[in-house]
Each structure stands twice: as structure tokens, then as C-alpha cells.
Write a protein that binds this ligand. Structure first.
Ligand code: ACO
Length: 703
């Protein structure tokens, strides 16, 4: 069955409300009221078994009776009647179902929800929700929600998994003077999810910024790919709740979907160029700022202030948010000395001092605007007796407009008493970016620069390296035939070899003579380890001997290992004893790849040994990554400087680590029955000397 174009969810030609009611106070009344009041020009069709008229519109007793096209049916009947309503929609060839009703997967009624979605998909319909407040689309001026009647139109699109929060956001955006191009409630995401909506919104001319509230991610692989495409065209701001473990549990029970591990989410969002906000207020600040401000054309920012203290605070904030302060002192002097009072400073921050008047303030801001070397301005103001504050609104508003026209971002932070507060309100009403708090102001510009820097990077596609998929699948299949969910050490090594990952030299001996022969071929010192599917913790069983330097020690170790392992587990099947090279010391890393519950194939890297357990100094990415992103992920580790060489050590072979990450990413993407690979430690040697995968654990799906 064909799936309908997502455009009809945002631009329906006719909307039916199944469960429309003439009783004020009912949700079925509010929705019809909102659609009619919002000025929607398409067909509005209340559906109610009693027929008659609802809010001046003819009510039909069934959707099939509607004469016009119905692209969207809003379903607002109790849960037990929803399936029946969906069946009638199929007869009418409805394209999208917006199911407001609660009482499905979020309360454990998973089967009821599945039945609806399966039926809908079989009949060419798509389902939004259930458990939602509805949809608003400015394009057709249609408020099919049961939220507030008044929605300010504009260029910010919001999608939200939480209904109540979404309704609150409608009110909040109106108060903050943020206009919306769309607001869509996703609820249980039984069918339509964020990726579907992104596909429409990236192409929608009316949307400049996309903001999402997410609790849990489904089909993360598709989401990553949709985000990567979207962020190249528009800024995407995300707030994800469930950062804390308790929060994640609350989110899981709230929406019926499991919230992904926050560290993984955070890193993958960065990989996708998403701007992640900590709080709702931050997300709203950023959305409004980006919606009203042009992207900068360069990275040099100037702080202009009449107060030294706030200038220092803004400088700290610039460092925190990665904003480059313009620091050519000669040029700064040339630009600003004509407009700076004698006691002021033309070093960035440009300090006009407490004696400055609005005329100085105005001229200094204009000097910043007119200089081709300055690309953005942070304008700070502290109330002083000498500053003619009545001129402040005029100065700030006119300069904001001039900066907008000049394609330069400007953000204000004003601090003072009632007159200043009034000025802030006045500026906010005209969408001039202004904050009482310096950090909030700088954070907005910092977010814009983060996006600016992201856009400067080239699009990087996933890199595939050649790996022997057949060899890997064969070893996995044989372990599955053995009803195992893991690979034995030597099988793990086959996987590494098939991907071209360097291992310490090793061979499996089946008797003492063979062990001696292999030790001599490899070269002393060697390590010996038991190979047994029944002994997972080899050291506990006395199954490991290190640093064996000659034939006599190999003979002793062979006998000792066999003896200890038999005592540990007399029934253990022993396949042999692995003789391996005693590896040189190197920097210990951990690298891995796994099928994440939310995001599908992902990779991980971090500093190995105790660091990984105690410091949790690891970073993650979606496995669809190339070399640049693999480098970025290594740089994300706090202990990265250790790889650059400390205390006179040489730089480590970072390229070798990148190669290993790319190879593991290729395995996890191509070999579907592998669920987890962990190389710990991966030893990184000096640059040019490569890396070695010393210990490898591979988990597989059990058959
Ligand atoms: N076709 C058309 N109309 C029907 C049908 C049908 N098959 N069956 C019943 N109706 C009519 C009813 O007769 C009634 O109309 P009336 O007022 O003229 O009698 C109307 O549909 C509504 O039915 P009610 O039984 O009155 O149901 P009610 O309005 O009390 O509740 C609702 C329905 C709102 C869907 C409820 O079951 C529900 O799920 N509420 C929760 C909604 C919600 O919170 N969703 C999440 C939002 S996000 C957030 O958290 C804010």
C-alpha cells in the first residue's frame, strides 16, 4: 500500500474531527472550535453519531458521508471506539490520523495500538500519536489541537513527545513572542516519529528553526540520517529529558518507550550537528535568537560595554561557549578609539566606562557594525547616572535592525532598575535579542557560532573498509549453532583478522611440543592462556601465565595451566592452550562497537584500564562515520592529551586508533548477528608503530 505524502499532515485539504462534540469543555468541542477560529480555509467536518450542527458547521454521523476530501482525521473518541473510527477512515481514503485519545501503549495497551497502526498502514493511512494534543500548521492556518486558541504564527517549528509540555509551550512561545510555523505532538510515536516530521520541515520554507522535545528515540539509525540531512539546511535544537537515571526511568514510564543512555545521545546529537539545550528556557532563547538573527559571516566577536565587570563576565562566557573574541589590538584601537571616552579601553571588551552616554554607546555599536573585521557584537549595559537611559530603547532597537540588515548578529544584556527592565520588555516585544543575564545572552551567540562552525565542515559520509564479511558470518554461525551468545577468544581473533585489525601473534597449541614450537616461532617472552568455552574468567581458573622467557618455563606453564583448570572445573572442555606474543607496553585504550537499543550501530572509544571503569572517559558515535568524525570522537576523550605524548613521550598512533574505529564500525554495520565488540585493551604505540588489539570480546545474537 502506498504511504501518503507527509505534506498532507501539515497541509490538509479537509479535516474531520471524529468525536466532535457540541458540549463546551469536551476535547471534541475544543478541537473543532480551534480549527474554526484559526481561520483554516479547508473543509471542516465534525463527526458525531447525532449529526446536527457543531459550532455552526454541519456534523456528519459518519466520516464516509463527508462530501469533500479528508486528508486528516482527528480522532477524539474513547479508546474502545478508536479502531472502529479508524476503519471508517479507511473507507473514506483518509491520509493521516491524529489520534488524541489516551489509553494505549502508555498504559500497557500495546496490542490495541499495534492493531490500529497495522490496519492503518495496510489501508494507506499513517498514524500520529495516539495520546497527543494534535497538530498546528501555520501554512494552512489550522490549529487542530486542544491547546490554546491563539497561536502566534512565525518560523519556529516544534515537535514534542510530551503533550502537556507542548500545550504549555504554545502559551509560553506566545508570551515570549516566538512565532510558530508548526507544533506537532508525537505522543506514543506508534507510527509517525521525528524523522517523518523532519522530512517535511526541512523543506518547508516557512520554518527557519526546528525545536524538538524528546524523551526516547526509536529507529535511531533513521533519525541520525534524517538529522544529518536536516542540520545542513536548518538549525535543529533538541531538549531531551531523562538525562539522569531517575529521569530516564520516569520518561520510560511516561511515554512507554525507553529513553536512550544520555551519554550516547549527547555524543550522537553533536555528531549530527544538533544544538542540545539543557532546559526549555534555553531552547526557547536559542530558537528565538536564531529565528530573528542572520548567521554570521565570520568568527570575530566584539564585546561593547559601559561596565568593566559585566565585560569580564561576558569574556568568561565567550570562552565557555567557544566564541572567538577579536584580538587585533591595533585594528581595535583604530575602530573604537574615536568612539571611546578617554578613560575607556579599546581592547576587547571595549569598555566605554561608567561615564559613557547613549551617544557613545550608539557610536561604538555602529563602529562595530561598520568594521568588516568584526562579525558579531555582544552589547552590554549597566545602569549609571550619567547614561541617559530614556534613549536606551531607541539605541538598542535601531542598532538591532541595522545589524540584521548588515547580516551581523548582535545580542544585548542590560542590567539595572525599573527603566532598564521596561526597556528589556519593550525590546523583547520587538524580537530584539536581550537578556538580563550576561551568560544567557552569550549562550545564544555561542549556539549560533556552534552551528556556524558545523556548517563550515564538509559533509562526511560513512566510510566502509574492506572486511571479510563471509569469514565473520561463518564464525558467528558456528557459535550460534553451538547455542552461544558470545565468541571464544580465538573466534574473536578471526573476526579481528577478517577486518584487518592487528592482533598480537598467537597460535593454539594442543600439546606441550606444539606449545614449545609456537613459542619459539613467536619469540620469547610469551604468554599462555587456556582456550575453553566453559572457562570465561581464565585468570580465576589459573588459566593464564605471563612473561615466559624460555622453553622450560613454557613446559612448566603448560602443565600448571592444565592442572589448575581441571581442578577449577573438571568437566570443562579444553580446546588447547593459546601461546601469544607478550606485548610491549603501550597506551591502553578501549574501543568498541555495539547495536544500541535506540540508535542501532554505534561505536565507542575511551582510555582503557582503570580509566574506563572509574573515569568513564569514553565517547560515542553512530557507526555511520568517517575518519574526521572518528578523530573528533578520540579528541572528545578528556585524556586525549595522553595520546599526544606527555612528559617527553612521543605522540601515539592516533591514525591506527581511527583505523580500528572505522573497521569496528564496518563490522557492526555489516554483520547483523554481532551485537557487541569490545577491544580492551587496544594498545596504541608511538606514531607509525600502529596499534594492537590485545583482548577482544564479541557478543552475538543467540539462535
Ligand atoms: N464517532 C463519532 N463520534 C463519536 C463516536 C464515534 N464512533 N463515538 C462517540 N462519539 C462522540 C460522543 O457521542 C461524544 O459526543 P457528545 O458530546 O455529543 O455525546 C464525543 O464523541 C466524545 O465522546 P465521549 O464519550 O464524550 O468522550 P470524552 O470526550 O469524554 O473523551 C477522549 C474522549 C477525550 C478521547 C478521552 O477518551 C481521552 O482519551 N482523554 C485523554 C486525552 C488526552 O489527554 N490525550 C493526550 C493529550 S497530550 C496531554 O497530555 C495534554
Amino acid at each position: 500500500m502506498n504511504t501518503p505524502d507527509i505534506k498532507y499532515l501539515f497541509e490538509p485539504r479537509g479535516v474531520a474531527v471524529i468525536g466532535a462534540s457540541a458540549t463546551p469543555g469536551k476535547i471534541g468541542y475544543a478541537i473543532v472550535d480551534n480549527i474554526v477560529s484559526s481561520g483554516y480555509k479547508g473543509g471542516v467536518y465534525p463527526i458525531n453519531p447525532k449529526g446536527g450542527e457543531i459550532l455552526g458547521r454541519k456534523a456528519y454521523s459518519a466520516v464516509e458521508e463527508v462530501p469533500g476530501e479528508v486528508d486528516l482525521a482527528v480522532i477524539v473518541v474513547p479508546a474502545k471506539f478508536v479502531f472502529e473510527a479508524v476503519e471508517t477512515c479507511a473507507k473514506k481514503n483518509v491520509k493521516f490520523l491524529s489520534i488524541i485519545t489516551s489509553g494505549f501503549s502508555e498504559t500497557g495497551n500495546i496490542e490495541g495500538e499495534k492493531k490500529i497502526v497495522n490496519f492503518a498502514r495496510e489501508h494507506g493511512m499513517r498514524v500520529l500519536g495516539p495520546n497527543i494534543f494534535g497538530t498546528f500548521s501555520a501554512k494552512v492556518s489550522c490549529n487542530a489541537t486542544f491547546g490554546p486558541k491563539e497561536i502566534r504564527h512565525g518560523n519556529v517549528a516544534i515537535m514534542t513527545q510530551s503533550g502537556a509540555l507542548g500545550i504549555a509551550m504554545i502559551g509560553k512561545t506566545a508570551v515570549e513572542n516566538i512565532g510558530l510555523s508548526a507544533i506537532i505532538s508525537l505522543g506514543n510515536k506508534s507510527d509517525i516519529n521525528e524523522s517523518d516530521l523532519l522530512e517535511y520541515l526541512v523543506g518547508d520554507e516557512g520554518t527557519k528553526v526546528i525545536m524538538m522535545y524528546i524523551e526516547g528515540v526509536q529507529d535511531g539509525e533513521r533519525f541520525v540520517s534524517a538529522l544529518k540531512k536536516a542540520t545542513r539546511l536548518k538549525p535543529v535544537i533538541v531538549i531531551k529529558s531523562g538525562r539522569s537515571k531517575r529521569g530516564a526511568m520516569a520518561a520510560a514510564s511516561h511515554t512507554g518507550s525507553l529513553a536512550g543512555a544520555d551519554e550516547v545521545f549527547e555524543d550522537i546529537m553533536r555528531q549530527c550537528g544538533v544544538l542540545r539545550a539543557e532546559s526549555l528556557q534555553e531552547a526557547l532563547n536559542w530558537s528565538k535568537f536564531i529565528a530573528n538573527t542572520p548567521l554570521p559571516i565570520g568568527e570575530n566577536a566584539a564585546i561593547i560595554t559601559n561596565g568593566g565587570g559585566v565585560g569580564v563576565m561576558a569574556t568568561d562566557a565567550c570562552e565557555k561557549y567557544g566564541i572567538k573574541m577579536y584580538d587585533d589590538t591595533h585594528e581595535l584601537k583604530r575602530i573604537f578609539s574615536p568612539v571611546t571616552p578617554d578613560f575607556g579601553s579599546t581592547k576587547n571588551p571595549i569598555d566605554l566606562t561608567g561615564g559613557a552616554t547613549s551617544a557613545f554607546y550608539d557610536s561604538a555599536i555602529k563602529a562595530g557594525l561598520n568594521s568588516p573585521n568584526i562579525h558579531s557584537v555582544i552589547a552590554l549595559y549597566c545602569e549609571t547616572a550619567t547614561f541617559d537611559v530614556e534613549n536606551l530603547p531607541k539605541v538598542t532597537k535601531s542598532n538591532f535592525k541595522a545589524f540584521q540588515a548588515g547580516k551581523k548578529p548582535i545580542v544585548f544584556s542590560l542590567l539595572g532598575g525599573e527603566k532598564v527592565e521596561n526597556c528589556i520588555v519593550d525590546m523583547k516585544n520587538e524580537n530584539v535579542p536581550v537578556f538580563a543575564d550576561v551568560y544567557e545572552a552569550v549562550a545564544c551567540l555561542g549556539t549560533m557560532y556552534r552551528y556556524y562552525n558545523y556548517l563550515k565542515t564538509d559533509v562526511e559520509h560513512a566510510e566502509d573498509v574492506e572486511i571479510d564479511v563471509d569469514a565473520i558470518n561463518k564464525v558467528v554461525a558456528s557459535a550460534q549453532a553451538d547455542h552461544r551468545s558470545f565468541l571464544l577468544a580465538h573466534e574473536g581473533q578471526i573476526v579481528m583478522k577478517a577486518a584487518g585489525i592487528t592482533l598480537p601473534q598467537s597460535k593454539i597449541a594442543h600439546h606441550i611440543e606444539e606449545a614449545i614450537k609456537y613459542a619459539e616461532e613467536i619469540g620469547y617472552p610469551v604468554v599462555m592462556k587456556v582456550v575453553s568455552r566453559d572457562i570465561l574468567h581464565k585468570s580465576d581458573a589459573g588459566g593464564v601465565a605471563l612473561d615466559l622467557v624460555n622453553k622450560a618455563e613454557v613446559i612448566d606453564a603448560y602443565q600448571a595451566i592444565m592442572h589448575s583448570c581441571r581442578q577449577y572445573d573438571s568437566k570443562a572442555r579444553i580446546d588447547g592452550i593459546e601461546v601469544c606474543e607478550m606485548v610491549r607496553k603501550g597506551t591502553e585504550l578501549i574501543v568498541g562497537a555495539r547495536l544500541d537499543k535506540s540508535f542501532g550501530p554505534t561505536v565507542m572509544c575511551g582510555l582503557g584500564g582503570v580509566y574506563v571503569e572509574v573515569m568513564k572517559d569514553v565517547s560515542f558515535r553512530a557507526a555511520s562515520l568517517g575518519r574526521r568524525e572518528a578523530h573528533a570522537m578520540i579528541k572528545d576523550i578528556k585524556s586525549y592529551p595522553l595520546l599526544l605524548g606527555v612528559r617527553g613521550e612521543k605522540r601515539k598512533d592516533v591514525e591506527g586508533v581511527v583505523d580500528t574505529i572505522i573497521k569496528l564500525a564496518t563490522i557492526i554495520r555489516k554483520c547483523k548477528n554481532i551485537t557487541d565488540i569490545e577491544v580492551n585493551p587496544l594498545l596504541a604505540y608511538d606514531v607509525g608503530e600502529g596499534v594492537k588489539a590485545v583482548d577482544v570480546r564479541v557478543l552475538i545474537t543467540k539462535k
